[in-house]
Ligand binder design. Structure first.
Ligand code: ADP
Ligand code: MG
Length: 747
């Protein structure tokens, strides 16, 4: 049988090696290995003989370890590893030897043992009159190939450096790749890129690209190959999204054209404010799409307080005017209750109460949550199933099987990241025709991320905040450099309370009990689009993060706060306690609310003006930005204090600086992206599989993604089933696999 992509690797490199590759690198076939791209190339010019080393220059040399020793440093903590190398076999001292020094070079101490051959790169320095390299980077080389001829060949060509493990070094991988390249007929590999596209961007053919990425003649070769694979990745992804979008758009849905003289018009007449230009614009788009007989599929982004809910409510009323129903899904009970209350309040006289049966020209609003009494639930279920309720607000409870709708025309999902695909589909399944879908998120998503993660949704953005919103002043408070500020914070809280305002104190954890990770629900999922982007680098582990229970207790005994009533809110309270805490704070009965990130999303107490976030370094940028949006909503200026116990200059404090310096959510989202490892955008990094983006980087490759998207949309428009692009269709199946299909379904 000829070798192809699917040939098991052990047939080519032996059972033992094959097993190791499969277990440690997840590489099982020839194709897997071909797709295991070098992570970098050693290209630092010619190899320099040790005896000719120039001082103060960057050099690369190949040498063999003669001896190695390890000693503790006397003046500070740590160790020094000294390695003597020679590039003249047999010479162990003299002009062909060189000393390498590694500070805390644990790995070097382990790997660079006598007889080992490696390529070293670094800057030549002088120590006690002798040349040496300090902390050079190095790659272990195959001892069998250490001869003059191999060194010379390597000198001229870039050397690929593969992602490796301790027992499968880069050169072993390179060797295996060489074997595969030698056996496989590269020219028989299917070409996923359409020829016109390949020509348009001058990308190498697939066979050439594999050769160029694994065994490049020069730097230009691997660069060109990377360009091809990067573009291919973007095209595969975008074509998958475009196809999904097209398929979805072809489904039938219930058209709900705007009606004259209906609830929507009455609602607009009674609105106490003017819609912002953005709200009007988005409103028109939604009105148009709801009128079509194919489903709307739209993501609405807008900062907290930008007025998304009003926009959504108007869309719901258009559907209700047409005799349909709308469902609003909230991520938590607190939020569902709040949406229910605020929708009723906003609708005012337009709410019709089922029981009282007042008037015909109104809409009945029902709420369904897991914690309702059986009787309440039954009433809501009936209202939804009979069609009596035009608007049904709820949590996940809405998704359970026995919830039926008479005629569900629109699903609005608030803060989409808490909802997975199954849930979205469960709601859709409740209707014969596919309901229109509006997803709302307060977390700004950089354009290229949106294109990648939400490529199958159309996006709208509300950029401006309604007039009259006060800006939020944000300050980083470093307790290390200024411990006295702790007292000052509580004085500040006192001043707010005395002025009749209220204060949030946010803690990373709940407290009480080990293994407490705070409100995971909120903490881990404050994200852009379902990918866990909020996770902050872990700070010093010995510092216990502030917990709600302890801080509440501490504040109770704080002299500055004597007489101030303190409430507590976190995810482990039962529903009643949560509701009571929220109600007391909303009513101004408690001056200070100590809470976890449950206050992050949507909670609305306009009288709150100060937010103190303790151990703020535990939170991600997006999350901090959302949190502070809770204050300054009522026309009084808001202040947010980001309190940290990290040293000045600690990398995690950079994020606090960024949040203090900007109130522009989109700018912060971009920053956030720059701070984190980008490969994680598509999730699955924790699985350790090679299922994340390979070469494509969402931030760096924005242009590539944008062009690929354009190409993909055109391609799918012309050939929806990809009948004429079989290799591309196969590449999509291959690339996505079952796991990645999931992210495509997000939103
Ligand atoms: P979001 O859902 O985007 O956080 P909301 O729709 O809840 O924002 O609006 C936040 C607050 O601003 C609400 O009290 C709402 O009534 C008010 N609001 C919305 N649109 C406007 C507007 N155009 N002018 C003034 N206030 C507005
Ligand atoms: Mg909202």
């Amino acid at each position: 049988m000829p070798t192809d992509r699917n040939t098991p690797l052990d047939r080519l490199i032996g059972a033992r090696s094959g097993k190791k590759f499969a277990e440690q690198l997840g590489i099982a076939t020839a194709g897997d290995l071909l797709d295991h791209f070098p992570r970098r190339y050693l290209t630092r010019g010619e190899l320099t003989p040790i005896r000719e080393l120039p001082l103060d220059e960057d050099v690369t040399l190949v040498a063999q370890v003669v001896s190695s020793s390890n000693r503790r440093m006397t003046s500070r903590k740590g160790s020094i590893t000294e390695v003597l190398v020679s590039d003249r076999p047999g010479q162990t001292n003299g002009p062909s030897t060189l000393s390498l020094t590694f500070f805390n070079g644990y790995q070097a101490a382990k790997q660079l043992t006598r007889g080992v051959i490696a390529m070293f790169s670094g800057k030549v320095g002088l120590y006690r009159g002798k040349l040496q390299l300090t902390n050079p980077i190095y790659e272990l080389l195959d001892p069998d190939e250490f001869d003059a001829e191999a060194a010379a060949r390597m000198a001229g060509r870039p050397i690929p450096v593969y992602p490796a493990t301790a027992s499968i070094p880069s050169w072993t991988i390179a060797k295996a790749v060489g074997t595969v390249l030698g056996q496989l007929d590269l020219d028989s590999l299917p070409e996923a890129l359409p020829p016109d596209i390949r020509l348009k961007y001058r990308l190498p053919r697939v066979a050439d690209a594999y050769r160029m990425i694994h065994d490049p003649e020069d730097d230009g070769a691997w660069r060109s190959a990377q360009r091809r694979f990067r573009y291919e990745e973007a095209l595969v992804l975008q074509t998958a999204l475009a196809r999904r979008k097209a398929q979805h758009a072809a489904l039938p849905s219930r058209p709900s054209p705007a009606r004259r003289g209906g609830l929507l018009e009455a609602f607009d007449r009674q609105l106490p404010f003017e819609l912002t230009a953005g709200q009007q614009e988005v409103g028109e788009v939604l009105a148009r799409e709801l009128a079509e007989n194919h489903p709307m599929n739209r993501l609405l982004q807008g900062e907290v307080g930008s007025g998304k809910t009003v926009v959504a409510l108007r869309a719901m009323l258009q559907v209700v005017d047409d005799g349909g129903q709308a469902a609003l899904l909230a991520p938590t009970e607190v939020l569902a209750a709040q949406h229910y209350a605020s929708i009723r309040a906003t609708l005012g006289p337009l709410v019709r109460d089922g029981l009282l049966g007042a008037g015909e020209d109104g809409v009945e609003v029902a709420v369904l949550t897991g914690s309702q009494s059986a009787g309440e639930k039954k009433r809501s279920l009936l209202a939804a199933a009979s069609g009596q309720a035009g608007i049904v607000v709820g949590t996940h409870a809405l998704l359970s099987e026995h919830v039926q709708f008479a005629d569900l025309g629109l699903v609005v999902v608030d803060e989409q990241h808490r909802f997975g695909v199954e849930q979205r589909d469960a709601l859709r399944a409740k209707s014969l025709a596919t309901p229109h879908l509006l997803v709302m998120t307060a977390t700004p998503i950089p354009r290229t991320v949106a294109m990648t993660v939400f490529g199958d949704l159309e996006t709208s953005v509300l950029r401006e905040l309604p007039a009259g919103r006060s800006p939020i002043a944000t300050h980083t408070v470093g307790l290390v450099e200024n411990p006295a500020w702790e007292r000052r914070i509580w004085q500040r809280a006192r001043e707010e309370v005395d002025a009749g305002r209220q204060v949030y104190v946010v803690c990373p954890t709940i407290g009480e009990g080990a293994g407490d990770e705070g409100d995971l629900d909120a903490l881990d999922r404050a994200t852009w689009g379902g990918t866990s982007l909020a996770a902050a680098p872990a700070p010093a582990p010995e510092v216990q993060p502030a917990s709600v229970t302890e801080v509440a207790e501490q504040l109770g005994g704080e002299p500055e706060l004597e007489g101030v009533r303190i409430g507590v809110l976190h995810g482990r309270l039962d529903t009643d306690a949560k509701a009571t805490a929220m109600r007391a704070f909303a009513a101004g009965e408690t001056g200070i609310l100590v809470a976890t990130t449950v206050v992050e999303v949507g909670v609305d107490v306009p009288n709150a003006t100060l937010m103190v976030i303790l151990d703020a370094d535990r939170f991600g940028i997006a999350q901090l930005h959302q949190l502070r949006g809770r204050v300054g909503r009522g026309g009084h200026a808001g202040t947010c204090l980001l309190v940290t116990r990290l040293e000045p200059g600690h990398p995690s404090r950079e994020r606090l600086g960024a949040v203090s310096a900007s109130t522009d959510g989109f700018e912060l989202a971009q920053k956030d992206l720059e701070f984190r490892r980008e490969g994680d955008i598509l999730g699955a990094s924790q699985s350790g599989r090679r299922s994340t983006l390979r070469l494509l980087r969402v931030l760096r490759d924005g242009d590539v993604i944008a062009s690929a998207r354009e190409d993909a949309l055109a391609l799918v428009a012309e050939d929806p089933d990809l009948d004429g692009h079989v290799a591309l269709a196969d590449a999509i199946d291959d690339y996505l696999g079952p796991e990645k299909e999931v992210f495509l379904e997000r939103g």
